[in-house]
Design a protein. Structure first.
Length: 167
């Protein structure tokens, strides 16, 4: 086993899960956050900020985050299906002579899928297993924050690590 891997394993034995603060079966979880901002000076100009952190998380919390990710991808796919149906329905109405009378039902399905996905996205954002409820990177201050379940305030990750290692 390489030296870096041994150091990671010894560090993981000292740490707690960032989410539930348990010390059982810790693993590294890679949290990614990105923000795309458009500047007002140039409409086509956009800047992309990215943050990637490896955090200690127990296997139970990691499974919950994985399920949340599946829900998130599903809602994106449903939204894409809804938009595709809307565009197809509108094109069908425009080219009525060629495609026939199928435009109105397709638009109905498109609205249904789009509204369903928007409601689904809202509910997914409120689920307890949403990683954004526990991790946050402030791109302006360049500080990574964590908030375990038992705490109400955001704590800088570096301060949280120091506190946990001292215990």
């Amino acid at each position: 086993m390489p030296i870096k891997e041994k150091k990671k394993q010894t560090l993981l034995t000292k740490l707690k899960c960032v989410v539930c603060t348990s010390r059982n079966n810790l693993e590294q979880y890679q949290y990614k956050q990105s923000v795309k901002m458009k500047t007002l000076t140039k409409l086509g100009d956009s800047s992309n900020f990215k943050c990637t952190m490896e955090l200690p998380i127990c296997q139970i919390c990691k499974k919950k985050f994985f399920k949340w990710r599946i829900y998130n991808i599903s809602s994106i796919l449903i939204f894409g299906l809804g938009l595709t149906s809307l565009i197809t329905g509108i094109l069908s109405l425009i080219f009525h002579q060629i495609l026939g009378d199928s435009g109105v039902p397709i638009i109905g399905f498109g609205f249904f899928f789009t509204l369903t996905s928007l409601i689904f996205r809202y509910l997914i954002g409120k689920i307890e297993s949403n990683p954004s409820n526990y991790f946050f990177y402030d791109f302006i201050g360049k500080v990574f924050y964590v908030r375990p379940k038992e705490e109400t305030d955001w704590t800088p990750y570096s301060l949280w690590i120091k506190t946990i290692v001292r215990e």
